[in-house]
Write a protein that binds this ligand. Structure first.
Ligand code: ADP
Ligand code: MG
Length: 236
């Protein structure tokens, strides 16, 4: 995973669903070795931004660049091969495949097809025990989130997009996740995390962007941005 990791950049991104504007001019850098977080209310466009970066939604206007290369027209699969991996807000494991088989799928789709990468990902996420042989169908959410992350990591990504990775996790699982994500960033991976849990964002992120109604309305270090957010939104 060493070497220069290119920055993922969104430039003037606009996205629509029928007539509805979901992204209204988003500029964003996701640099290597950093954890960049996006926060904002439901419907702000966070998942749409992820879809545009990952190639599962075509922006109506604007560009996605990887290391300066325009990848706006590349398919999601082509982006995965370039090293952009993602997880989904709605979990997207293959229920009939085992944990290990799900992770192997990620190894086959990724930047590097190295048999060892899937094993390393299973180990890193604590999935190398007996659970590896179980079908994904009936596993608890916390385990499935780890399967998704392991699958993303099995392709040796350079950029990792995580949509609400802590949703449904308990405190111990969030702590374990935090450790893994920080380790990935210090290895040079570029991470972009959408997350509701502001305490987690404060702990995790180097930079936070606040999205509202399809725009980034504030950016900066978490201490500054989240304090301003807290002051604006009086607790219910
Ligand atoms: P967030 O992830 O911040 O909650 P989304 O990107 O999911 O926001 O959604 C942004 C807006 O786009 C919302 O108003 C949502 O209802 C709308 N939207 C999202 N996906 C679709 C879709 N497939 N079709 C129509 N509207 C959508
Ligand atoms: Mg969302």
């Amino acid at each position: 995973a060493a070497g220069r990791v290119p920055t993922l950049t969104a430039r003037h991104l606009h996205a629509r669903y029928d007539g509805f504007t979901a992204l209204d001019g988003v500029d964003l850098d996701v640099p290597h070795g950093r954890i960049t977080a996006i926060v904002g209310p439901n419907g702000a466009g966070k998942s749409t931004l992820f879809h545009c970066l990952a190639g599962t939604h075509r922006p109506s206007h604007g560009q996605v660049l990887l290391g300066g290369r325009d990848i706006t027209r590349l398919t999601a699969h082509a982006r995965t091969r370039l090293g952009i991996a993602r997880t989904f807000q709605q979990l997207a494991v293959f229920p009939s495949l085992t944990v290990a088989e799900n992770v192997q799928v990620g190894a086959e789709q990724g930047r590097v097809t190295d048999a060892g990468a899937a094993e390393r990902a299973l180990r890193l996420l604590g999935l190398d025990g007996p659970v590896r042989a179980l079908p994904a169908a009936d596993l608890p959410t916390g385990t499935l989130r780890r399967v998704e992350l392991a699958r993303a990591l099995a392709g040796a990504p350079r950029v990792l997009l995580l949509d609400e990775p802590a949703a449904g996790l308990d405190t111990a699982e969030v702590a374990a996740l935090t450790k893994v994500l920080k380790a990935l960033a210090s290895d040079g991976t570029a991470l972009l995390v959408v997350e509701h849990d502001l305490d987690l964002v404060a702990d995790l992120a180097d930079v936070v962007h606040v999205m509202t109604a399809g725009r980034i309305v504030a950016s900066g270090p978490p201490a500054r941005v989240l304090d301003a957010l807290g002051a604006q939104e009086a607790p219910a």
